[in-house]
Design a protein around this ligand. Structure first.
Ligand SMILES: [Zn+2]
Ligand SMILES: [Zn+2]
Length: 288
């Protein structure tokens, strides 16, 4: 059995191993050398944030049992997508697929901040008043489903190698857990590593209550898109220890720390009148 055959046959197990491996690795790092003092107890955070992760995982298994890999298998069988039209080396197609899919995630992330209705979903990720490994996978189920559709469409248009999709899923998940860690790297290592990978200090800026800071550093794995498109911000104004994490408007623990509140968070506030006008943007600015 070749490496990619093994990966394909054991895809779910490999992804689970990476998820729990990173959770234990970053979780221990946070325990031994935390960057910031938590405002909410670790047990409440882990139970509720991970509760949401397990709920989302279950939901995706039920709704899309074949998942992204299944769509990639289908695209390959049907010869759909850009990469299936050209005879390009596998290694190149794998690397290019991972980079392109990461770019799509960046665009999607900018979009969920810019479109008020989508921001309502995405604010579940941002309303976390602390920043740790469990924040990295904390998303509203509807945002998760929306991401899945965007991923499926990308795969159908791109026709990436199946192994490229598996590698992308593992890399995205592992880097999201790493860069949401309540940890810090030595300054020099952070400085060079963030040329290749989004580091915890780089993404923490994005979780600031300050609107201009929250609208920067959208990258999840690769840091290049923020630099290319002008959304890069090196550090938070208040510094990493003194900066406030979360959303100013949402500081009630029932809403931001407990699972039922998190699931309802997109529906809080006036739902009607979703015209993108000056007042809407001002409301959003005040909120984030
Ligand atoms: Zn965001
Ligand atoms: Zn984040």
């Amino acid at each position: 059995m070749s490496f990619d055959e093994f990966l394909l046959a054991n895809e779910k197990e490999v992804r689970m191993t990476f998820f729990f491996g990173m959770l234990i690795f970053i979780g221990l790092w946070e325990l031994l050398a935390p960057k910031r003092v938590l405002t909410i107890s670790k047990s409440v955070r882990w139970i509720n944030n991970l509760g949401l992760v397990f709920f989302n995982t279950f939901l995706l298994r039920v709704l899309f049992p074949a998942a992204a890999v299944g769509v990639a298998v289908f695209a390959n069988e049907q010869d759909w997508g850009l990469f299936n039209y050209f005879d390009i080396p596998l290694w190149f197609a794998v690397v290019a697929s991972v980079i392109i899919m990461d770019f799509v995630i960046y665009i999607q992330h900018v979009m969920v901040h810019a479109i008020p209705m989508l921001w309502r979903l995405h604010r579940v990720h941002h309303a976390d008043m602390d920043y740790d490994v469990t924040t990295g996978s904390r998303f509203h189920p509807i945002e998760i489903i929306l991401s899945m559709f965007i991923k499926f469409a990308t795969i159908l248009l791109l026709g990436p190698p199946i192994i490229g999709v598996i590698i992308f899923e593992i890399v995205l998940n592992a880097t999201a857990m790493f860069n949401h860690g309540n940890i810090s790297l030595p300054k020099t290592i952070d400085k060079y590593l963030r040329l290749l990978l989004v580091t915890p200090d780089m993404h923490r800026v994005h979780h600031s209550v300050e609107d201009d800071e929250a609208n920067s550093n959208f990258g999840f794995s690769l840091p290049w898109w923020d630099r290319v498109f002008g959304t890069y911000r090196a550090q938070p104004r208040a510094g990493h220890i003194d900066m406030t994490i979360g959303i100013n408007k949402f500081r009630d623990l029932k809403q931001v720390a407990w699972l039922p509140g998190m699931l309802m968070l997109p529906f809080v506030g006036k739902m009607s009148g979703y015209v993108i006008n000056r007042r809407q943007w001002t409301d959003k600015e005040n909120e984030s």
